[in-house]
Design a protein around this ligand. Structure first.
Ligand SMILES: *Cc1c(COP(=O)(O)O)cnc(C)c1O
Length: 393
């Protein structure tokens, strides 16, 4: 959906070259392991088709999505020799779809394994799958007792060609967290019993742990999109997203005047307030009310009052009035105001900020020279892009 830049309340700029640089950094960190790209939830809200096509052009051949439909949507965007893994496995009753679209399920439970085994028998061929085990997070994957039952039963994976043994880290963004070593030990213990199988364990944060965590394939998502992989240290990733909201109007308020729903903000002295056309319906989370901040020409301007559905109000008293005319922009996410800082103000994580980014924004892609010319994108703007102009969707 093309929201024209002049019509939209905010402009979201996505830097494809920054994503590419992040991929290369992760690939380098991964050493001998291969580097997949996790592009679930539309590549954390940034556009899975384009991003996957670009990373495929840089040699990426492993893509992870969460849902079957995400895999089906991704398939035309990546080369035929690229693997698409579906983290949730086959939804009951839809397993043949995986064969039609050449998707590889992650099998997370004995029930999913039995269904896949039965399909292999019906099709009379070996079917590929990733087998996930639970190493301590208790979310998805075979429990230890199920793993024991599997390893005691030589027929358990009949008809299944296991591509990877997989597990997922619960606390990897905290290097020193004892869960990391515990999960690693649990994972290694299972892997030792099926030594010929390749293994995948690390998410973005896991890539920045010791190389023991890397195994054969790492699975970063968030770090590709600029989110800091390790808590409490400088972020090595390149910022990917810029969000610029537009000023609708500016007003002067006197001491004692209130702002917003519930009149929860009261001016203690005369202030200038700018109203900007971004709100919680755009994923600008209401939980950041009274805590958020925007930036105008490098100067931080606090958000005051509660966040509305379509607007926020900023205290812009320190800004030159000529910089506050209707239509002028304020940075909501930028190099100076990172996704992680925005998230902290809203009491959440960068992942939720990106995946909440609104559908009403005008989206603009910059960079991306590596994008193949024949990228199968639905938008005619691809032609513009091929001429070196910004691609807008
Ligand atoms: C989302 C997800 C990833 C990617 O995690 P990031 O922290 O975004 O790098 C990897 N593996 C699994 C199983 C996931 O669900």
């Amino acid at each position: 959906m093309n929201k024209q830049a002049t019509h939209a309340g905010a402009v979201l700029t996505i830097d494809l070259d920054a994503i590419l640089a992040n991929y290369r950094l992760l690939r380098q960190r991964a050493g001998a392991a291969q580097c997949a790209a996790v592009v679930k939830a539309d590549a954390y809200g940034l556009g899975a088709g384009l991003i996957a096509a670009m990373l495929a052009a840089d040699g990426c051949r492993h893509f992870f999505v969460a849902h079957l439909d995400e895999g089906i949507a991704l398939r035309p965007h990546v080369p035929t020799d690229a693997d698409i893994f579906v983290l949730h496995g086959p939804p009951v009753g839809s397993d043949t779809e995986f064969l039609h679209h050449r998707l590889i399920p992650v099998l997370n439970s004995t029930a999913q394994i039995v269904a896949w085994r039965n399909l292999a028998q019906r099709e009379n061929k070996m079917l590929q799958a990733v087998i996930q085990i639970d190493s301590g997070m208790s979310r998805l994957g075979l429990a230890p007792a199920e793993v024991d039952a599997w390893l005691d039963d030589p027929a358990f994976l009949n008809g299944i060609a296991m591509r990877y043994l997989m597990s997922h880290l619960a606390c990897a963004e905290r290097r020193e967290h004892p869960m990391n070593a515990l999960q690693l030990a649990n994972f290694k213990a299972v892997r030792a019993r099926i030594p010929e199988c390749a293994a995948t364990f690390a998410n973005s944060s896991g890539v920045f742990l010791d190389s023991d965590f890397h195994f054969d394939l790492v699975r970063p998502g968030a770090a590709l999109y600029g989110i800091a992989p390790i808590a409490g240290t400088a972020n090595p990733m390149h910022p990917v997203v810029r969000l610029q909201g537009k000023i609708i109007q500016t007003r002067h308020i006197a001491q004692g005047d209130h702002v917003g729903y519930g009149v929860s903000y009261c001016a203690s002295n005369p202030r200038t307030i700018a109203t900007v056309s971004v709100g919680y319906a755009d994923g600008w989370l209401r939980s950041a009310s009274h805590r958020g901040m925007a930036v105008i020409d490098g100067i931080g301007v606090p958000q005051v009052g509660v966040i509305s559905m379509d607007t926020i109000t900023l205290d812009v008293s320190d800004i030159d009035p000529m910089r506050l005319l209707p239509g002028m922009s304020v940075d909501l996410i930028s190099n100076e105001r990172t996704v992680d800082q925005v998230a902290a103000a809203a009491g959440t994580i960068g992942y939720e900020i990106l995946t909440s980014l609104g559908a009403r924004y005008h989206r603009e892609y910059i960079g991306g020279n590596l994008l193949p010319q024949n990228v199968n994108d639905t938008n005619a703007a691809q032609a513009l892009f091929a001429q070196g102009k910004a691609l807008t969707i």
